[in-house]
Design a protein around this ligand. Structure first.
Ligand code: NAD
Length: 319
């Protein structure tokens, strides 16, 4: 069996599996998932070489963290053999990036995850807060959590790409270890690519989430709440139908597209079943052997060309 590739995460020294396990589905964000299915998915992920798990107190109003904690305990892998990232600042009740809330938040997350520390703590969707507060108050509070041994590395996440340069240009070098971008490195939207040289120059690790564009690039289609325009949704549906007609799977094509850029340390995909874990790991191992399906990819790119790089608004206007 080909081993799942591990990639360096910036200058952290962490080696992340190129396919990361997004645990938002464990918070029932994409439909109900039983605890048995959740545990079986996490067990299968470990078996196939996935070592990176991402969650947030926001997903399912803390449910994702609780379920992931139960799964990790049930599977019983040694703590130094896996990497957990969770987030702070975004909650079911709203946003709060204050030092006081962030300091309380990590203790709550550790209790739900049943862990003594997390490897990465990320400020979640900072475009909804004041970026200056993130720079001047939140990141310094996270530094203290690092010194206290509750977290090993610090990250920031969000949708608009400008938030990353805004923060990284203003914090002391080395104080942000990683960024998590989502929906900007998939077949329909590759805008993250232009930012990669800048991130590399800063020594910041890159996690790219939502390779399936939060369900747009699946045969099943996106959930009700998906923020894409009707035009983008129908173009993705047409692309999925085209793949199916050819006996191909759009999700596999999308995974392989995202995985092929090695400047991205881990492609974080939301999973809730053994089948999805197996398919997504197989996409990576087959990519390593056979390369991308260039023919189908160029057909799908042509279908998606009219909506290329189309995104949606997120966050508040920054002053
Ligand atoms: P995604 O693009 O990974 O899509 C997930 C959806 O695709 C789910 O419905 C899942 O069940 C389904 N799926 C997974 N594998 C499949 C397969 N092989 N075939 C068909 N369907 C499949 O979107 P996502 O879950 O939103 O993103 C991945 C993870 O990244 C999240 O779980 C979360 O951990 C992280 N994330 C973070 C942020 C942030 O910090 N702001 C934003 C988005 C995502």
């Amino acid at each position: 069996m080909t081993k799942l590739e591990l990639r360096d995460l910036g200058t952290t020294g962490l080696m992340l599996s190129c396919v990361g396990f997004g645990a938002s589905p464990l918070g029932n964000v994409f439909g109900l998932v039983s605890e048995d299915d959740a545990i079986a998915s996490v067990r299968e992920a470990f078996r196939l070489g996935i070592n990176f798990f991402d969650t947030s107190p926001y997903y399912g109003g803390t449910l994702s963290e609780k379920v992931l904690g139960k799964c990790l305990k049930a599977v019983g892998m040694p703590r130094n053999e896996y990497i957990v990232s969770t987030k702070c600042g975004r909650y079911a009740e709203g946003f709060d990036f204050s030092a006081e809330r962030i300091t309380r938040s990590i203790d709550e997350s550790l209790a739900r995850l049943q862990l003594d520390y997390v490897d990465i703590l990320q400020c979640h969707d900072i475009e909804f807060g004041s970026l200056d507060q993130v720079v001047n108050e939140t990141i310094p509070a996270l530094q203290k959590l690092k010194e206290a041994g509750k977290i090993r590395f610090i990250g920031i996440t969000g949708l608009p790409l400008e938030i990353f340069t805004y923060v990284l240009d203003r914090v002391p070098p080395g104080s942000v270890d990683v960024i998590l971008s989502y929906c900007h490195y998939s077949i329909n939207d590759t805008t993250l690519e232009d930012l990669l040289p800048y991130l590399k120059s800063k020594g910041v690790g890159v996690i790219s989430a939502s390779p399936l564009a939060m369900g747009l690039l699946t045969e099943r289609g996106p959930p009700e709440w998906h923020p894409a325009s009707p035009e983008l949704k129908s173009a993705c549906q047409a692309a999925a139908a085209h793949c199916k007609e050819k006996g191909k799977n759009i999700s596999k094509l999308a995974m392989q597209f995202s995985l092929s850029n090695k400047d991205i340390s881990s492609v974080l995909v939301g999973m809730n079943s053994i089948k999805q874990v197996e398919e997504n790991v197989a996409a990576a191992t087959e990519l390593a052997i056979f390369g991308k399906d260039e023919e189908t990819l160029s057909e799908v790119e042509a279908i998606l060309n009219p909506v290329k790089n189309q995104t949606w608004p997120s966050g508040i206007q920054q002053s």
